[in-house]
Design a binder for this molecule. Structure first.
Ligand code: IPM
Ligand code: MG
Length: 360
């Protein structure tokens, strides 16, 4: 029986609560699909600043490097909010681990859970059947370019090399090949030089993927099209900052940011899985956060890191079942349902995995 080594980086706010539920579900899935895993916790974010003075201690990086996969909760909170460039910020921990592990491709699948289609702020006929994969570049662009504060002036630089664009677009073209064959490369080529390079690289590469239909779309137009007609999208590939913004927007198609999973894949084979939402400090510690994004992220882990597609499908199926039974955390109550907390949601999804297994 394989034994996988998982690094757990709980982080701040609701991070520890949602990780706990994800691990609960993984244990049940492991028992059903015959794999085992060990977990080792590492510090990241605000709690790491409090305990060690830095948002990303060396020991955390080392732990991740020695693991088979990383599961991360969320970082940040008002306690560590500062505009002082000399003070450490929790987010530096997250950006740092992405960079250290070379996790350049961030996959954020957006799908509609049928029972939740009334929870979206968009009309059901606009969102029914959508299935979008946002592929966000994660280790370059304006997040990592040169920046400085000079007196009353400050700047951030958006910097991309051809190689960085190529490896991201390669991942996106390959995903599109396996999906419905449509790729939207999103940029701001009417203004930004880095976007013009991005577009040139996309055009150059498209010859290698004749079966993929490549579209170029400006990011402002994409933001509009996502709410006007989201069904036109299959794979969206874009830079770090545009991807950050568009994926939050796209998550609302499915009703809540609490539903959006993510996988960050890299150059080394080691990958990191995390919900796309933040640490939600306003509801931390109350037991009301939605753990589904994190649980669905572990399904991505089983699929992308361990090739356990059946076990991943069991998690996705259990989430569907529990939602169709009407169970809801508070963030997805818009269309009614039976309100439960974080732990109950984890319990129900875990129980549903077991029940579904028992049918075979
Ligand atoms: C995300 C988050 C992070 C980002 C923050 C917390 C630094 O918004 O993962 O989307 O901007 O990448
Ligand atoms: Mg974000």
């Amino acid at each position: 029986m394989p034994i996988y080594k998982l690094a757990l980086l709980h982080g701040d706010g609701i991070g520890p609560e949602v990780i706990q539920e994800a691990v609960k579900v993984l244990k049940v899935v492991g028992a059903a699909y015959t794999f085992e895993f060990t977990t080792t916790a590492g510090l990241i974010g605000g709690i790491a600043i409090d305990e060690t003075g830095t948002p990303l201690p060396e020991s955390t990086i080392e732990l991740c490097r020695q693991s088979d996969a990383v599961l991360l909760g969320a970082v940040g909170g008002p306690k560590w909010d500062t505009t002082d460039p000399d003070k450490p910020r929790p987010e530096q921990g997250l950006l740092g681990i992405r960079k250290e592990l070379e996790l350049f491709a961030n996959l954020r699948p957006v799908k509609i859970y049928e029972p939740l289609k009334d929870a979206s702020s968009l009309k059901p006929e606009i969102i029914t059947g959508i299935d979008i994969m946002v592929v966000r570049e994660l280790t370059g662009g304006i997040y990592f370019g040169e920046r400085a504060r000079r007196g009353n002036r400050a700047f951030d630089t958006c910097d991309y090399s051809k190689e960085e664009i190529e490896r991201l677009l390669k991942a996106a073209f390959e995903l599109a090949q396996k999906r419905r064959g449509v790729l939207h490369s999103v940029d701001k080529a009417n203004v930004l030089e880095s976007s013009r390079l991005w577009r040139e690289v996309a055009i150059e590469m498209s010859g290698d993927y004749p079966e993929v239909e490549l579209h170029h779309m400006l990011v402002d137009n994409c933001a509009m099209q996502l709410v006007r007609d989201p069904k036109q999208f299959d794979v969206i590939a874009t830079g770090n900052m545009f991807g950050d913004i568009l994926s939050d927007e796209a998550s609302m198609l499915s009703g809540s940011l609490g539903m959006l999973a993510s996988a960050s894949l890299g150059a080394t084979g080691l990958a990191l899985y995390e919900p796309s939402h933040g640490s939600a400090p306003d509801i931390a510690g109350q037991g009301i956060a939605n753990p589904i994004a994190t649980i669905a992220s572990t399904a991505l882990m089983l699929k992308y890191s361990f090739n356990l597609d059946d076990a991943a499908a069991a998690i996705d199926g259990a989430i569907d079942t529990v939602l169709s039974q009407g169970w809801r955390t508070q963030d997805i109550m818009q269309a009614g349902g039976k309100l439960i907390g974080t732990q109950e949601m984890g319990d129900k999804i875990a129980a549903s995995v077991t029940a579904n297994m028992a049918q075979f």
